[in-house]
Design a protein. Structure first.
Length: 389
């Protein structure tokens, strides 16, 4: 047991007792060793160390490049944007498996919640995987995670592919993020949100009872998962490698954030509101926050965030300004990308006008989507100091 974990949220301290659900820490640490090429977990007899070593040559090179090239530019720039004090509780809707950028954007975060259509995945299959499937699965991980490390976002096609296979796709992303940023897993539990937003952590008995209940896809066009519903939502507790430093929590919800799925008095919004004032972020979010169909998650953000970093898939000015926010632009935006149809022309024009109305501020790295002209763009949304007087 971890005992009592203390996580200050802004100026107020909050305490969270260790949940009582089944802890898959051993599986998480083995996956961290095999998939994220970190830690010292012993390899079981079913895993060929040469296969792991080949994978790690490639992945470690990608991680080193991310640190040397991307973090070297992004870390000081993002630090210059963040106000102090800032809530250490982060909410990242449409986040896919992107704990990586959450830790890049908010390195002092103590609680991070990501939400997306993708489910976390079953960590247990690593214990029985054969070497042929291990080799194929690690190649897929290397390809999928590599796109995030190289391009700073993952395509919908890539994310859909994480919902099946012998290695848990989303969890693999999370563990690679820990390795890149110098953290290690401490515990892994799975849960669902109760109607009031509190969390029920699955016991071994719960997992056994749900074994044949295959998880439902959160969107009709998404790949159906091939694992139990018990493994949809995960809580990963982690700490700096070596144990020096506070415990941190990452929770991921597999959820459809459209208004017709995100009930206004439902468990997810109750949970999010229980987190208090938050720092927010989003990127490469398919322009969902532009759409009337995502008004509930947009309104939650406007009511509860104190600061937000995004690309141009963030909250449009027509909603941010009346809520008392100003938006500061970096890079260039001349129009939205089109894929699976073009997003709202009205919102695209708003963002183009927003960028045009401000001084050109240099952005030396990609943060989510490029625009229609392949230009980098980033936006800060923060309270308007004039409106707050």
């Amino acid at each position: 047991m971890l005992g009592l974990m203390i996580f200050p949220a802004g100026a107020q301290a909050a305490t969270e007792e260790t949940p009582q659900g089944e802890d898959f820490a051993a599986e998480a640490k083995l996956l961290y060793r095999v998939v994220a090429c970190s830690g010292n977990a012993a390899l079981p007899a079913n895993i060929d160390p040469q296969i792991v070593a080949r994978h790690c040559v490639s992945l470690k090179a990608r991680m080193a490049r991310y640190r040397k090239v991307y973090l070297a530019k992004a870390t000081p720039f993002l630090a210059s944007l963040r106000p102090m004090p800032l809530s250490d509780t982060v909410v990242y809707p449409f986040g896919g498996g992107d704990l990586l950028t959450a830790l890049t954007t908010y390195p002092n975060a103590r609680r991070i919640t990501t939400l997306s259509l993708e489910l976390s995945g079953d960590p247990r299959r690593i214990a029985k995987i054969d070497n042929k499937q291990l080799d194929l699965s690690l190649d897929l991980v290397d390809h999928n995670v590599g796109s995030l490390l190289a391009a700073n976002d993952s395509t919908s096609k890539t994310l859909k592919g994480t919902q099946q296979g012998d290695l848990p796709g989303q969890l693999s992303y999370f563990l690679v993020a820990l390795a890149v940023h110098g953290y290690e897993p401490v515990s892994l539990r799975y849960f669902h949100a109760n109607p009031d937003g509190s969390l029920h952590y699955y016991t071994a008995e719960d997992v056994s009872r749900m074994e044949t209940r295959v998880a439902a896809a959160r969107h009709g066009k998404w790949t159906s998962p091939d694992f139990s519903e018990a493994f949809a939502n995960s809580e990963l507790v982690f700490r700096p490698v070596g144990g020096n430093g506070p415990l941190r929590i990452h929770r991921h919800f597999g959820a459809n954030l459209r208004d017709d799925s995100l009930k206004i008095d439902g468990p997810i919004l109750h949970y999010l509101r229980s987190q208090g004032r938050v720092a927010a972020m989003t990127k490469a979010a398919s322009y969902c926050l532009w759409s009337p169909s995502f008004s509930r998650i947009r309104n939650y953000l406007l009511a509860n965030m104190t600061f937000m970093i995004s690309d141009a898939t963030g909250i449009p000015p027509e909603f941010a300004r009346p809520a008392g926010f100003v938006q500061i632009t970096y890079g260039s935006f001349q129009g939205a990308m089109c894929f699976d149809g073009c997003p709202s022309a009205e919102s695209s024009n708003q963002f183009r006008d927003l960028w045009a109305s401000q001084p050109k501020r240099t952005l030396g790295f990609r943060y989510g989507y490029v625009d229609a002209k392949s230009s980098y763009n980033l936006m800060v949304t923060r309270p308007d100091p004039v409106a707050s007087k």
